[in-house]
Design a protein around this ligand. Structure first.
Ligand code: GLN
Length: 489
């Protein structure tokens, strides 16, 4: 096995045993980035200098017998909406081009303190709005399994970086599916924690009541490792919980005998691709063999998830994005007076999808429409939360496909925002209800594209969620398959 194929835990062991140094791991990463990034367009900015100095520090600590942290020497890629002190953070938007945040996001601080080697910032849909990475103002990221297909979105760069074996670990953010959907398109593991489990301080806000940061990795163990490091209370984010953080690796292998998994009948009938349906059926057998009881559950308001999501998310986005006016951040386009400067800056700085969302959200919040749209959406959100509470009295977890399709072709859905939005039909529910969800590799289509399965857990019970994901992984080999990736031209 080549070193780039090592999982995070294998690398950690190798570095700790001094089989190889953190610097050597760093060399492997940048050699691969140089070879493959021109083809798959994953990185917006890499930080070779920063990475080597972090790796050198890890090697020094280990040589001196000091402890170097749970992520010592592990290469990690960051979605470009996570603030990095003094290092460009663009959210894949022209409006933030050239902006360097004055501070680090809490998750960035935590992974650095744990010894991770930050290799750079990766591509995404502009301000995390999208499902394909095609809304990046710079370029779309391509899928390592087929470069003519999208990597998914909005954390497409994070998923592709892991799938292409450039890095073993990445962080993404998920507002309506943006970690899980690209993870499923790229055949990796992606976890959205419970709302409040991970600090959002320094995550550029899209929709603050839905956003969460989470790990992407090639396997469940690595995702568990990274979650253990980033989870926990942060006094700079009032919505982060002070519940204790378990070591998510500790009970990972304890098995799932006696657990109950619910299958929501509303989701199973909703226009799923037949090959994905087959993967879901097979998964049920795998879980049954592992000692899980499968039952049918009802989520009667599931059909309203997308509508509620696109009202709540756009309403919050319209307010959050009001701050980009050319005064404090990034780009400014001058105008004859202050208002014209605002207008010109926003007209040139934002892409089409971001403008569409700002307009939708402003409309939903405006006098006369607020009651009919935004307030209604919040009421529906409550009903969806109650559906899950009800369902979870009968089961421990819920199983669905992650997305109704596998990765689609570049350009296939860009002309039709509504079909693009449908990509999130199974994922938005967990954000609306605040629950943790994970996408795990669950098979392949006849075209050789990965199929992802989603498990949704109870609030703050990422432990059971990961344990169940691990039980599936240990009985299947989908996560071990790698994309062929012909040599870059
Ligand atoms: N694809 C969804 C959207 O476009 C979700 C995005 C996200 O989770 N950030 O809003």
């Amino acid at each position: 096995m080549d070193r780039h194929e090592y999982s995070a835990l294998e690398l950690r062991e190798g570095i700790a045993r001094r089989d190889f140094t953190a610097r050597e791991v760093c060399e492997t990463v940048f050699t691969r980035i140089r070879a493959w990034d021109p083809k798959f367009k994953i990185f917006l900015a890499s930080d070779e200098q920063g990475a080597y100095s972090a790796a050198t520090e890890v090697d020094r600590k280990l040589a001196a017998g000091e402890s170097a942290g749970p992520l010592a020497g592990l290469p990690l890629a960051l979605k470009d909406n996570l603030c990095t002190s003094g290092f460009p953070t663009t959210c894949a938007s022209r409006i933030l081009e050239g902006w360097r945040p004055p501070y680090n996001a809490t998750v960035v601080e935590r992974v650095k303190a744990a010894g991770a080697v930050l290799v750079g910032k990766v591509n995404m849909d502009e301000f995390a709005m999208g499902s394909s990475c095609e809304n990046s103002a710079f370029f779309p990221t391509r899928n390592p399994w087929n470069p003519d297909c999208v990597a998914g979105g909005s954390s497409g760069g994070s998923a592709a970086a892991v799938a292409a074996d450039l890095v073993p670990l990445a962080l993404g953010s998920d507002t309506g599916g943006s970690i899980r959907q690209p993870a499923s398109f790229c055949g990796v593991v992606g976890l959205k924690p419970t709302y409040g489990r991970v600090s959002r301080f320094g995550l550029v806000a899209f929709a603050s009541s839905l956003d969460q940061i989470g790990p992407l990795a090639r396997n469940v163990e690595d995702a568990a490792l990274l979650l253990s490091v980033i989870a926990g209370h942060d006094q700079r984010d009032a919505t982060s919980t002070d519940l204790p953080v378990p070591d998510y690796l500790l009970r990972l292998k304890e098995g799932v005998k006696g657990l109950k998994i619910g299958l929501p009948r509303e989701f199973i009938s909703a226009g799923i691709h037949p090959e994905i349906k087959t993967a879901l059926d097979t998964a049920q057998k795998v879980f049954a063999d592992a000692g899980v009881e499968l039952i049918e559950v009802a989520l009667p308001h599931a059909e309203y998830c997308l509508a509620a999501y696109y009202l709540v998310a756009t309403a919050e986005a319209s307010s959050n994005l009001a701050r980009y006016d050319g005064v404090q951040y990034g780009q400014r386009v001058s105008g004859d007076n202050l208002l014209e400067m605002y207008a010109a800056t926003r007209a040139t700085g934002f892409g089409a999808e971001v403008k569409r969302r700002i307009m939708l959200g402003t409309y939903a919040l405006s006098a006369g429409y607020y009651e009919a749209y935004y307030k209604k959406a919040l009421q529906v959100r409550t009903l969806i939360q109650r559906d899950f509470e009800q369902a979870m009295t009968k089961c421990d977890l819920i199983l669905t496909p992650t997305s109704p399709t596998t990765a689609f072709s570049l350009g296939e859905k860009t002309k039709d925002p509504l079909t693009m939005y449908l990509s999130d039909v199974f994922t938005t529910s967990a954000n609306l209800a605040g629950l943790p969800g994970v996408s795990i590799p669950g098979g392949f289509s006849s075209e050789g594209l990965p199929i992802g399965l989603q498990l949704i857990g109870k609030a703050y019970d990422e432990e059971t969620l990961l344990r169940t994901a691990y039980a599936f992984q240990s009985r299947t080999d989908w996560h071990t398959r790698r994309p062929a990736m012909e040599e870059a031209k």
